[in-house]
Design a protein around this ligand. Structure first.
Ligand SMILES: CC(=O)SCCNC(=O)CCNC(=O)[C@H](O)C(C)(C)COP(=O)(O)OP(=O)(O)OC[C@H]1O[C@@H](n2cnc3c(N)ncnc32)[C@H](O)[C@@H]1OP(=O)(O)O
Ligand SMILES: CC(C)C(=O)C(=O)O
Ligand SMILES: [Mg+2]
Length: 637
């Protein structure tokens, strides 16, 4: 049957909670500032919903917290699990175990028998109390429902007192109004007060728990909050009572309902890790705890290694976590969209500066303020390596972030734009994400970053000789990664070997600064006339002596320019940029005549390479043969 045009003919809306006229709800103005008591019901409410319920060994893997361990009346395995926990001393002194029993005398008796010898046991007694259950399932009136409940409480009291007399066990009553959220609020309170009277020994030290179940989530979260607030306001002996919240997630708002119910007076939450449970599941304890954490409230639960916890839970439950699942999904700390990536990249940079200032001055706190990322993934066992993932939806900032994370290169804006074009068209063509490895490979290809020739030109070796003393601010490091000597102040001779289309050429030129000298060499020996536009130097993080140069090259008379990147005083950046120019057929090919004017047979060039040395100032830095080849290989940029 299709959906109805008027669904009110089939589905009844939820009734209002009967607050008195003029009553002002308290929960909307409250804030949660402390953590609730948590009860994991993974081994009971979670387990009862599994296609294959857990074995007792598997249950032990998940055992922790204040925990509901079993439904002992369900069968021998469940019963035995409780016995094993108690008899094998598996329960730490500060852990109370909870077992659940329906309000049926023989099942209560069996359930309490399973708890013999426990140190602290919580008896979770339940019966459904809403109109539809009273009428359809139990065929009971309100009075009969109260009688059924009171008789059950009486029996629990008698049996637990006998066990206490025998073994000294301490017991807490957790009475669950199953389907509480669909029950008339006045009736729920009346029932609660009758239970309190019958138990007769609720105190500040030994509270009675009322488990207010949203067995099926049937109304918006604000309604559940109203229900809890009403119960909170009207139950007797409130200070001797603890309100437990047991939400399910049928409307997908279990977490919201819990958070509002805690504002409305809830003290304790029953839920499951990753929201396992009947139908759409119980409320997820991990999401709740980390939501609190993200507000600066310690949840008292440790999820420092969430990925491992997720693995254990999924193994025990034979289930999987959707990739978009809060905190635990594999994609929740990844941005694909360009503007998100841009904001995250800027956020990381500005936060690093802010945190560095706190370290330096000792003032302020290193608070987290990151666009699109509500908590620091590192706090819960994730790194930053997947923060940005690149697809056709990504922009230049995302690609630049990947390059920076992987190669430490902080690309200037124009270069970001230019390289982004490559990535974008690759993604559009493939229709797929571009992995970090593919991006890095494309980057190296485009800018010819390799110790082996990629483009048509490749700088094989170089020798820099200052023809005038270096100015104070200049230095020439033997590995060629320092900032080039200031352009225009030092007369420099550049001698080097450049392979052009596979053939090695010896070139030499003079100029004010290394780059000018190289340009002179290119002009005079390769007849290659090149202009340099914007130049940016970047010191690599963690080593102030290492620098990389970004620059733009163009052919005189042509408006087109290409970016280049590289070290070795910027020489490799020039060659990288030229490769962009000469390798792209859309641009006029520069005149390249490869007839060397100076004597350099192939043999002599190879000999020159073997004797390769860097010269700094006027001293020759001799490098052992094996270190020299490593130096070249290790410095592809
Ligand atoms: C919302 C929740 O999560 S409640 C927890 C639910 N969990 C489970 O059911 C898992 C474990 N359950 C079991 O193993 C079995 O149901 C058992 C062993 C407990 C009981 O088995 P059975 O005796 O065969 O009964 P069955 O499972 O058919 O339950 C239906 C009976 O229980 C009654 N019942 C259900 N809940 C309650 C309750 N809280 N108090 C009293 N009676 C109840 C029903 O009215 C019905 O009685 P009827 O047969 O007289 O009509
Ligand atoms: C029996 C109770 C606690 C329950 O699981 C529910 O109502 O959802
Ligand atoms: Mg439940």
């Amino acid at each position: 049957m299709p959906m109805l045009s008027d669904p009110s003919l089939k589905y009844l809306t939820y009734p209002s909670v009967p607050f008195s006229d003029g009553y002002i709800r308290q929960w909307p103005n409250k804030r949660t500032t402390t953590s609730p008591i948590w009860l994991s019901t993974d081994l009971r409410d979670g387990n009862q919903a599994l296609v294959n319920p857990m074995s007792n060994a598997t249950k032990l893997e998940l055992f922790s917290l204040e925990i509901e361990v079993a439904y002992p009346a369900a069968g021998d395995n469940e019963f035995q699990f409780v016995r094993d926990l108690i008899e094998n001393n598996e329960i730490p002194d500060d852990v109370a175990i909870q077992i659940i029993t329906p309000a049926r005398p023989e099942l209560i008796t069996k359930s309490i028998a399973s708890m013999a010898g426990v140190k602290h046991g919580i008896i979770h007694l339940y019966n459904a109390v809403s109109p539809v259950f009273r009428e359809v399932v139990f065929r009971n009136t309100k009075e009969q429902t109260i009688d059924l409940t009171i008789n059950a409480v009486k029996l629990v009291k008698k049996l637990t007192e006998e066990e206490t007399a025998r073994s000294g066990a301490r017991f807490t009553l957790n009475y669950c109004l199953e389907t509480f959220s669909q029950t008339e609020p006045e009736f729920a309170v009346e029932l609660g007060n009758r239970v309190l009277m019958e138990w007769g020994k609720a105190s500040l030290e030994d509270k009675v728990y009322f488990n207010l179940a949203a067995t099926v989530e049937c109304a918006p979260s604000n309604h559940y909050a109203d229900m809890v607030e009403y119960f909170n306001n009207n139950i007797n002996q409130r200070s001797s009572v603890l309100l437990s919240i047991h939400p399910h997630n049928d409307r997908g708002t279990g977490v919201a309902a819990t958070e509002l119910a805690l504002l409305a007076g809830g003290d304790r939450v029953e839920g499951c890790l990753l929201g396992n449970g009947e139908r759409t599941g119980n409320v997820d304890l991990i999401t709740l705890a980390l939501n609190l954490y993200s507000q600066g409230v310690s949840p008292g639960l440790d999820f420092s290694n969430l990925p491992e916890i997720v693995q254990v839970v999924c193994r025990c439950n034979e289930s999987a976590v959707p990739v978009r699942y809060p905190y635990a999904g594999t994609l929740v700390f990844s941005a694909f969209a360009g503007t998100h990536q841009d904001a995250i990249k800027k956020g990381l940079d500005s936060q690093a500066a802010r945190w560095e200032k706190v370290d330096r001055t000792g003032e302020g706190i290193k608070y987290w303020a990151m666009p699109y990322i509500p908590i620091d993934p590192k706090d819960i066992g994730y790194g930053y390596e997947n923060l940005i993932r690149v697809s056709s939806q990504s922009g230049k900032a995302g690609t630049a972030y990947v390059i920076k994370q992987t190669l430490q290169l902080d690309l200037p804006r124009r270069m970001q734009v230019s390289f982004y074009g490559v990535v974008q068209s690759e993604c559009e063509n493939s229709g797929k994400e571009m992995s970090t490895a593919l991006i890095i490979n494309a980057f190296k290809q485009k800018y010819c970053l390799s110790s082996k020739p990629i483009g048509r030109l490749h700088l094989q070796s170089l020798n820099i000789t200052p023809l005038s003393p270096l100015s104070e601010s200049s230095s020439l490091e033997s590995d060629g990664t320092s900032t080039p000597p200031e352009q225009g102040t030092n007369l420099i001779r550049f001698e080097g070997h450049i392979s052009v289309d596979g053939r090695i050429r010896k070139v030499m030129g003079d100029g004010k600064g290394v780059l000018s000298a190289l340009l002179d060499a290119l002009r005079s020996d390769l007849e290659l006339e090149i202009n340099i536009g914007e130049i940016v130097y970047q010191h690599l993080e963690g080593d102030s002596t290492k620098a990389v140069t970004y620059l733009e090259v163009s052919i005189p008379g042509s408006p087109a320019s290409k970016s280049g990147v590289g070290s070795v005083w910027g020489c490799r950046a020039i060659i990288s940029g030229i490769n962009g120019l000469v390798g792209d057929r859309r641009f006029p090919r520069p005149k390249m005549v490869f007839t060397p004017r100076r004597d350099q047979s192939a043999q002599r060039s190879e000999a020159w390479l073997r004797d390769f040395t860097f010269r700094a100032g006027h001293s020759v830095l001799q490098t052992p043969e094996h270190e020299r080849s490593e130096l070249i290989a290790a410095s592809p940029i």
